[in-house]
Design a protein around this ligand. Structure first.
Ligand code: PEP
Length: 250
């Protein structure tokens, strides 16, 4: 039985003071939620404040990215150990915005995945096709490339601890949501790829989130699909009320 996971990706929003306020609003709204991993992913600058604010609650901390080296002359980057010592348990890797604006590739995602697992973080690996790729009928090819590229050299034991987020790029921040059927089809395909790379036993253990314009109104039906194990939420995670409703949709 896979434990559902709902993560809020705050992107480049929320100062430290705003993070504390958002957490204080969210905590009572989800205090009775059991059996779901609820993860908040603030910008690096708000990690410590968020970490303090979530103490003694059922909320968990994640980061939005990391670098694969342990330390050194890499201006602007942070390592897996830095995230761990800032209280993070999770890290998002290969988000489509990092692929589109910051040169992230399947190869760099793979290096980061290795480093994150080596350090003991739980990676959330994002995969997803762009609109023109879906229209060209190559969604499965893109997903296959993203998954096989990211998991190159990752062992079966390690893969069970990874979370995958299927995020069709055309649905991120656009208000367009994949239909439950479209999302389920790709989630089942991802599990099929994992079955081919490892075996069905390992593939069944991997949690696969859906992401792309999740709202309180569409969360429950998406999360009700057999291969959808929760969500990665952008815009709607910036308001405590809507994020709590989404969490409760699991
Ligand atoms: C995201 O950025 O991961 C995301 C899913 O954003 P939104 O929910 O705003 O579409």
């Amino acid at each position: 039985m896979r434990k559902p996971i709902v993560a809020g990706n705050w992107k480049m929003n929320i100062t430290s003071a705003e993070a504390v306020q958002l957490v204080e609003e969210l905590k009572p709204l989800v205090a009775d939620v059991d059996g779901v991993d609820i993860v908040l992913c603030p910008p690096f600058s708000s990690l410590e404040a968020t970490c303090k604010a979530i103490r003694d609650s059922n909320l968990l901390l994640g980061a939005q990215d990391m670098f694969w080296e342990e330390s050194g002359a890499y201006t602007g980057e942070v390592s897996a150990r830095m995230l761990l010592t800032s209280g993070c348990r999770y890290v998002i890797l290969g988000h489509s915005e990092r692929r589109a604006y910051f040169g992230e590739t399947n190869q760099t995602v793979n290096k980061k995945l290795n480093a994150a697992l080596g350090a003991g973080l739980v990676p959330i690996v994002c995969v997803g096709e762009r609109q023109q790729e879906r229209e060209a009928g190559i969604t499965q090819k893109i997903i296959q490339d993203h998954v096989t590229g990211a998991f190159e050299g990752i062992s079966a034991e390690q893969v069970s601890g990874v979370v995958i987020a299927y995020e069709p790029v055309w649905a991120i921040g656009t208000g367009l949501t994949a239909t439950p059927g479209q999302a389920q089809e790709v989630h089942a395909f991802i599990r099929q790829i994992l079955t081919g790379l490892y075996n069905s036993n390992w593939a069944q253990q991997v949690r696969i989130q859906y992401g792309g314009s999740i709202k309180p109104e569409n969360a429950a039906v998406l999360f009700g699909q057999p291969d959808i194990d929760g969500g990665l939420v952008g815009g709607a995670s910036l308001a405590a009320g809507s994020f709590a409703k989404i969490v409760k949709g699991v």
